[in-house]
Design a binder for this molecule. Structure first.
Ligand code: HEC
Ligand code: HEC
Length: 293
């Protein structure tokens, strides 16, 4: 490359820059206007941006980048949104924990929020035993029907959830059916008759002679809890034996096994694990599953 003084290109009539490479000379055409203005605009924008927005990192005496006079920060924005969410949640929790259930159910927005919280908590903690949507399983009562061991009002349900059943909590609901077979309160023949009696109570085919023999044994041993007619006692968690709804099962073998020794299923006390608002949300959710009273 050689350096010449500016001269005019014969071919185009345009001044050259004086730069030449292997006989190719550079014309000194002006930059296109649009390009030039865009270029100046970019420079102006960059200066504006540096001043207004966080821009230059690593300056001495600065922990992050220069903050810019707008103090824009995505992190601060997210933190603000999160704390607004936490405020909303705290307000919800306070209302759920302090308002009585009837007022919560009357407020559509509050009811909706309680149901959402209850449903997600249920899915994570209760569905393992009670099944998805509370459909129940052997030994784990169905919560989506109107058959209740311990009562189906909001207050009943909430108490069951808070303190549990045979959970070890001092306020837990507790009732233990005696182990009639294991502890030899009754003879095997009496238990056989009682199995027929329970079959009969629940409307299933049964040996009539056995039913007749068992009726007094039932009065003597079972009436105090299950009632003379076998309809149970919802104030004490005693199941109704006359319906088709079974906690453990209505076939002969299962009934015999239940009379032989108690099952004593354990329902944990969730009040030890969740705050009052969550317990109430759970109660509202369970109450909404279909059998709430
Ligand atoms: C470890 C298994 C287990 C888990 C987990 C569990 N439960 Fe239970 N639950 C039981 C058993 C067993 C009973 C029946 C106790 C009895 O024999 O009275 C029961 C009973 C209940 C009842 C009373 C039903 C009635 O008919 O009166 C309610 C309400 C209930 N559970 C709600 C819940 C909720 C809500 C959760 C989650 C926070 C939950 N349970 C988690 C085992 C469980
Ligand atoms: C102290 C009260 C009590 C007495 C007395 C009692 N039961 Fe029970 N029974 C219960 C309770 C509570 C349950 C719920 C099962 C459990 O969790 O142990 C139950 C459950 C049953 C079940 C299972 C029901 C189901 O849905 O699966 C049968 C059957 C039964 N009892 C029959 C009897 C018979 C028969 C007698 C008399 C020989 C009797 N019970 C005496 C309290 C009692």
């Amino acid at each position: 490359m050689t350096d010449h003084s500016p001269e005019i290109d014969n071919h185009s009539g345009v001044e050259t820059t004086g730069h030449e490479w292997d006989g190719i000379r550079e014309l000194n055409n002006p930059l296109p206007r649009w390009w030039l203005y865009l270029f100046y605009a970019c420079i102006a924008f960059a200066f504006g941006y540096w001043v207004l927005m966080p821009a230059w990192p690593g300056l001495p005496g600065m922990s992050g980048a220069t903050p810019g006079i707008l103090h824009a920060s995505d992190r601060a924005k997210v933190a603000g949104e999160l704390s607004a969410l936490a405020r909303d949640r705290a307000a919800l929790s306070a209302k759920l924990a302090t308002l009585d259930a009837a007022s919560i159910l009357k407020d559509p927005q509050l009811r909706q929020q309680a149901l959402a919280l209850g449903e997600s908590t249920f899915g994570d903690n209760c569905a393992t035993c009670h099944g998805p949507g509370g459909r129940g399983g052997k030994g784990y009562p169905r919560l989506a029907d109107d058959v209740w061991l311990w009562g189906g009002s909001l207050a009943d349900i909430e108490q069951t959830i808070r303190y549990g059943v045979r959970s070890g909590n001092p306020k837990a609901r507790v009732i233990d059916m005696p182990a009639f077979g294991r502890d030899e309160f009754l003879k095997p023949a009496q238990i056989d008759d009682l199995v027929e009696y329970v079959m009969h109570l629940s409307g299933q085919p049964a040996d009539e002679a056995a039913v007749a023999r068992a009726s007094q044994v039932f009065i003597d041993n079972c009436k105090t809890c299950h009632g003379a007619a076998g309809t149970g006692d919802r104030s004490r968690g005693v199941p109704n034996l006359t319906d088709a709804d079974w906690l453990y099962g209505g076939d002969r073998a299962t009934i015999r096994r239940t009379i032989f020794g108690p099952r004593g299923g354990v329902m944990p006390a969730w009040g030890d694990r969740f705050d009052p608002a969550t317990v109430r949300a759970l109660a509202i959710y369970v109450h909404s599953l279909g059998g709430g009273e």
